[in-house]
Design a protein around this ligand. Structure first.
Ligand code: BTN
Length: 233
């Protein structure tokens, strides 16, 4: 098995922080090195994609790391989603990737990936997984590994996911893309999506190598997914 060994040597643990992304951003500005990992026991202002809040009580995994990435930005998001999907796949057989890079199980959100930057030529890669307990998020179906009967600690999740990221970063773009497509939820199904303020009902055919959603009504680089195969999200 080929591994990059990027993550694991330099881990900063904080009991509580606003957001591991913010903490890492500050560190990277004065120390621009890749492979720096920031983990927090809880976050008071955790962030998700599209400016959403990421509820971050104790018991979850909140991880950010710095990465130099010369490939396509979309492949970075796919690689991280695939890494988390692979690790979750050791525990459960019904975890899926929800486009673009969320992790879902039984129609509820289990984890997510946030890529920000570059800052000093480094991307800030954030991963959140609901490990123990279940963060309350309005209007969203959320689930944790504990809800699914998995007795895993945030530390086990951290080391398992760092290993999986190290393995996934050693893969070629095509292998990442194919792995991502395999894990993707809802290909061939009807989706309701919000594009700007326009709602569309589309039949999804796949995702291209730039992370763009391919549908019977055209291609969408970004959209909010409202439902997949009749399941409201
Ligand atoms: C999403 O699904 O919208 C992405 C969620 C990413 C959450 C993680 S938790 C660690 C890191 N710090 C943050 O504030 N956000 C990311």
């Amino acid at each position: 098995m080929v591994r990059s060994n990027l993550l694991g040597d330099r881990i900063f643990y904080l009991e509580e922080v606003t957001s591991t992304q913010d903490w890492l951003r500050d560190l990277v500005r004065s120390y621009p090195v890749e492979g720096l990992v920031c983990v927090a026991g809880a976050q008071s202002a955790g962030r998700g994609r599209r400016g959403r809040r990421w509820a971050s009580p104790a018991g979850g995994l909140y991880l950010s790391f710095s990465l130099g990435w010369a490939g396509r930005p979309a492949v970075l998001g796919m690689s991280l989603a695939l890494a988390v999907h692979r690790w979750l796949g050791y525990l459960l057989d019904d975890v899926v990737i929800k486009w673009p890079n969320d992790l879902y199980c039984r129609s509820a959100k289990l984890g997510g990936v946030l890529v920000e930057g570059p800052v000093e030529a480094l991307y800030l890669c954030g991963i959140g997984v609901n490990v123990q307990g279940r963060p309350a998020v309005e209007d969203k179906r959320v689930i944790s590994l504990a809800d699914l009967g998995m007795e895993v600690s945030p530390w086990e999740a951290l080391f398992g996911i760092m290993d999986s990221v190290n393995e996934t970063l050693a893969l070629g773009e095509e292998e990442v893309y194919q792995g991502y497509l395999k894990g993707l939820w809802g290909v061939g199904e009807p989706w309701r999506i919000l594009v700007g303020d326009r709602e569309e009902l589309v039949q999804v055919k796949g995702v291209d190598r730039n992370g763009v959603l391919i549908t019977d009504k055209g291609k969408f680089p970004s959209a909010e997914v409202l439902s997949i195969a009749g399941v409201s999200l």
